[in-house]
Design a protein around this ligand. Structure first.
Ligand code: NDP
Ligand code: OXD
Length: 299
């Protein structure tokens, strides 16, 4: 389906480029550009003249960099459809948690009509881990609600209306003021397992977690323990390790976990094809491509 949309867009916008859909690759030696989610392991041998590898998603952690030629540029997907989906999902989750909907859902199941005080948005502190294309887009929509917003990144960022923290040394300060914590970090060696007991210990008691990064960032047993003893009050989880989650996994039926099957956002085929076309133009013109991965950083 996505391939058909791309074929159509490429035929209109780049008619001189021979666009092919897997597995009909033609002569592999003539393949210069590849867009893939999980490419074959023998990519370098199969396509000896590959010049750019495009990820069809925002993440690039699915690639085995060790198996890729070190000089091969890898480009992640930054396109409006992914951004819009993530904004919708995180705004839904934050409003749902802010207005205590999980609690009212449990009350409904008990036939319990007990109103709770409504806390103004300005008194709800939202912290976003990751101030990249998605973290910043989400914050731009959270700020107008009046939430007390903060964000955290590796290098120092300046985001309007947001208190910005940077680096490992400032993580604790971000956590201490996060009633709702949203994870929008890429999966790297530095972020693997970062949502763990010591992070949960630093949150205000009963804080909520919205996890839309990658499953391997979450230490599941630590989250379950934190939910059990009330350090974490609620969790909205969109990404797990592995995916799909095994049928008997405790997350499925946990009363304080809302689980979705990695649908927070998805690449929109048309706008994604446009983004790749623009990047191909940039590549041919010797200009920097949008979303070029810095392999040393890992994202
Ligand atoms: P970006 O690369 O644009 O931004 C990443 C942000 O994380 C940057 O602000 C970066 O800091 C920060 N960061 C990275 N490593 C660290 C670290 N060790 N310590 C502190 N901050 C760090 O990514 P996107 O915003 O485009 O996407 C983020 C992730 O969202 C993707 O990698 C993917 O895993 C996930 N995603 C999930 C989807 C879903 O449906 N659930 C859909 C799409 C994406 P700095 O600003 O200094 O570089
Ligand atoms: C992505 C995703 O990285 O869907 O685009 O998670």
């Amino acid at each position: 389906m996505r391939g058909l949309v791309w074929a159509d867009v490429f035929a209109q916008r780049m008619p001189d480029l021979a666009f092919r859909q897997w597995p009909d690759v033609g002569d592999p030696a003539r393949v210069r550009f590849l867009a893939a989610w999980e490419p074959p392991h023998d990519l370098a041998q199969r396509f000896p003249n590959l010049q750019v590898l495009f990820s069809t998603g925002a993440g690039i952690d699915q690639f085995d960099f060790a198996a890729l030629p070190s000089a091969l540029p890898v480009v992640r997907m930054i396109e409006p459809g992914i951004v819009q989906g993530m904004v919708e999902y995180v705004i839904w989750a934050v409003l749902d948690l802010h207005r205590e909907m999980p609690q009212y859902q449990r009350q409904q199941a008990q036939g319990d009509w007990t109103p709770r005080p409504v806390r103004p948005a300005r008194e709800r502190r939202v912290g976003v881990l990751g101030l990249g294309s998605l973290g910043q887009a989400v914050l731009a929509r959270l700020v107008p609600f009046g939430f007390d917003c903060a964000g955290w990144s590796r290098s120092r960022r300046d985001v309007p209306g947001v208190r910005c923290f940077a680096g490992d040394g400032e993580l604790a300060a971000l956590l201490e003021r996060s009633d709702i914590l949203v994870c929008l970090l890429p999966l790297t060696e530095a972020t693997r397992g970062c949502l763990n007991a010591s992070l949960f210990d630093r949150l205000p008691r009963g804080a909520a977690l919205v996890h839309v990064g990658r499953g391997a960032q979450l230490v599941e047993r630590d989250l379950l323990a934190a939910l059990d003893d009330g350090r974490v009050g609620e969790a909205v989880i969109d990404v797990t390790e592995p995916e799909p989650l095994p049928p008997l996994h405790p997350f499925w039926r946990h009363p304080r976990i809302r689980l979705t099957p990695h649908i927070a956002s998805m690449t929109a085929p048309e706008s994604a094809a446009e983004v790749v076309i623009e990047n191909l133009r940039r590549f041919e013109a010797g200009e920097p491509m949008h979303g070029l991965v810095d392999r040393a950083r890992g994202y």
